[in-house]
Design a protein around this ligand. Structure first.
Ligand code: VGL
Ligand code: ZN
Length: 195
């Protein structure tokens, strides 16, 4: 437990009930809360002590209003997760577990898509992978939205950085069910543990 951390990928309203609402997202949030509960149950102590033992890191898609991934600007997606809007906010039930140091924004520059949260930056300019290293993490649980895009890219980059990746299959939302299953199978092939 001491060497594990959880990365929650893009559990933001636009992916849950907003412009890019994904399948299974509400359920994924509920299952993530249950998972956090199980990991921290019986540990006693204050919330901050629990988080010292089991760090929970959050990524956010964090786009400017004219981001190049939006249809209007040549991309394939409806506008989503625009910085400062409700759609860009993390689900309120998860907010008690989120801190500024452990929240990493990506897709902030209009020109770059950045599906992977691994290089997302906190307000101090530190990357997610850099922080996982500072925390002496070996095993990284991953959940979030969406399987085929940001979850997959984040898992692959964290694995390439040398961590054991454990993807929580009941705690993910997806764009397309077949695409979700295919991505899970391909990730398993690559050495990501599907749990
Ligand atoms: C995502 C589409 C566009 C994701 C982000 O978080 O998976 N998908 N931007
Ligand atoms: Zn995006």
């Amino acid at each position: 437990m001491k060497d594990s951390a959880l990365v929650v990928v893009d559990m933001q309203y636009d992916f849950i009930d907003g412009s890019l609402a994904c399948h299974n997202s509400e359920e994924a949030v509920r299952q993530t809360l249950k998972f956090i509960d199980r990991q921290t149950k019986g540990q006693g102590g204050e919330d901050h002590e629990i988080l010292d033992m089991f760090p929970i890191l959050f990524t956010r898609d964090h786009h400017p209003a004219d981001h190049s991934s939006f249809k209007e600007y040549g991309g394939i997606w409806p506008p989503h997760c625009v910085a400062g809007t409700r759609g860009g906010e993390i689900h309120e039930d998860l907010i008690p577990y989120a801190s500024e140091e452990l929240t990493f924004d990506k897709g902030c520059d209009r020109a770059s898509e950045q599906y992977s949260g691994a290089e997302g930056l906190n307000t101090a300019g530190q990357s997610l992978v850099e922080i996982l290293e500072l925390l002496d993490t070996t095993d990284v649980y991953v959940c979030g939205i969406a399987t085929e895009y940001c979850v997959r890219n984040t898992c692959e980059d964290i694995m390439k950085a040398g961590f054991k990746v454990r993807l929580l299959k009941d705690c993910i939302g997806y764009v397309d069910h077949q695409g979700h299953l295919k991505a899970l199978a391909e990730m398993a092939e690559e050495g990501i543990s599907i749990e």
